[in-house]
Design a protein around this ligand. Structure first.
Ligand SMILES: [Zn+2]
Length: 382
């Protein structure tokens, strides 16, 4: 009876997904000439956006995916503008709602797993980072015992108390060698096992007691996933990485890929999940951002959202601007889970990005989704 009820509520809740919202080919806005060259916007800097506005038309704008057409030759752009644009074919840019295929049913064991997620627990983990102080990695070498260092310590402590093997991956950036990614590993017991890597950045742009949504929320989600999975055995290694220096050029993400390459383990990484800004919700939409090679994988992830969460999943492509990018560049199936970009936190990168006002229940839904993805790709046993 319960099963039938779930099935019918799913049908009901998911009904709009059967309509024709799938739009892999973005419609370009009126007035954009055929044969135009398009660029994906990969910067959110206000100054940058202001300057870009003067020399471009918006051709496509949905969620994370914004294409522009230049009104002046690319060669005439300043280096600053060039750095925030990526040449992209119109057909490569996507932003569409995932459609639920009929006949798919949730698995009771996955439902049980995701029911262990606690919004309050995510909030508590996130709070430890936010109240650590200024968390920009660029402030590390300025002030001893900075918020960034305290945030690294808090993550290390959380992994240890959950029984994960902790490792610090410190790398040299901006002449500072105190900048570290903090990882927690659940080993499968086999040196050949595939690895599922879950990543979220612990640094912020550096305002005092801020960076709650960006990205204490994602690290809260990361630690909550580690907490829920702590009691399980897996046939894959589960590698949780709280990355550093994301706000200063995805430094930690690139350093971590380099480390995996150097140790010969990058080839064992089967899937990567990134959480960056999962705490602001206006409409229940989650964007799953990847590159064109992995649209099918992202679609499958979106289907898990229908089966195990209340989220409305959209797939966005190409990828830009967070820790999923270095892994995608290595050809690893990777997605970013992020709040709907059209309605993202109004306090993004500002002092008001505080704990108050964040939607921890929504963050919990994203954590449930990412747990369901792990359950779908591995064998989990108690
Ligand atoms: Zn971020």
């Amino acid at each position: 009876m319960k099963y039938a009820f779930i099935f019918f509520s799913l049908l009901y809740a998911g009904f709009p997904a059967f309509s024709s919202e799938f739009n892999p080919e973005p419609a370009v806005k009126d007035g954009i000439p055929a044969g135009s060259e398009f660029y994906l916007v990969t910067s959110t800097d206000r100054d940058f956006m202001g300057k870009l506005e003067n020399v471009s038309d918006i051709a496509y704008d949905q969620g994370r995916t914004r294409l522009i057409r230049l009104k002046i030759p690319y060669e005439d752009l300043s280096p600053e503008l060039k750095a925030g644009l990526k040449r992209t074919e119109r057909g490569e840019a996507h932003n569409y709602r995932v459609s639920l295929k009929t006949g798919e049913l949730p698995k009771p064991e996955v439902q049980r797993l995701v029911s262990g997620v606690s919004a309050e627990s995510i909030m508590k983990y996130a709070g430890k980072l936010v109240y650590a102080g200024k968390r920009s990695s660029s402030q590390l070498d300025v002030k001893k015992g900075s918020g960034n260092k305290l945030a690294m310590d808090a993550v290390e402590e959380a992994f240890k108390s959950l029984g994960y093997a902790v490792e610090k991956n410190c790398y040299r950036d901006r002449k500072c060698d105190k900048e570290c990614n903090i990882s927690g590993l659940k080993s499968s017991g086999s040196p050949e096992a595939g690895i599922i890597l879950i990543i979220a950045h612990l640094d912020s742009v550096g305002h005092e007691n801020a960076g709650a949504d960006d990205n204490a929320s994602g690290v809260g989600g990361l630690l909550e996933m580690a907490r829920v999975l702590a009691g399980f055995k897996s046939d894959h290694e589960l590698l949780f990485v709280a990355s550093n220096g994301e706000e200063t050029g995805i430094a930690g993400g690139y350093a971590y890929v380099k480390k995996l390459k150097a140790s010969g383990t990058l080839g064992r990484v089967k899937y990567v999940i990134n959480m960056d800004m999962i705490g602001w919700n206006k409409d229940g939409i989650v964007e799953l951002e990847t590159d064109k090679e992995f649209l099918e994988h992202a679609d499958w992830v979106g289907v898990q959202a229908y089966l195990y969460t209340k989220l409305k999943p959209y797939v966005a492509s190409p990828a830009w601007g967070s820790d999923h990018v270095p892994f995608l560049e290595e050809g690893i199936p990777t997605y970013l889970s992020i709040e709907h970009w059209e309605t993202h936190s109004p306090c993004y990168h500002q002092t008001c990005d505080q704990m108050e006002g964040l939607a921890w229940d929504y963050a919990a839904e994203i954590v449930k989704l990412n747990l369901a993805v792990i359950a779908g790709k591995t064998k989990l046993e108690i």
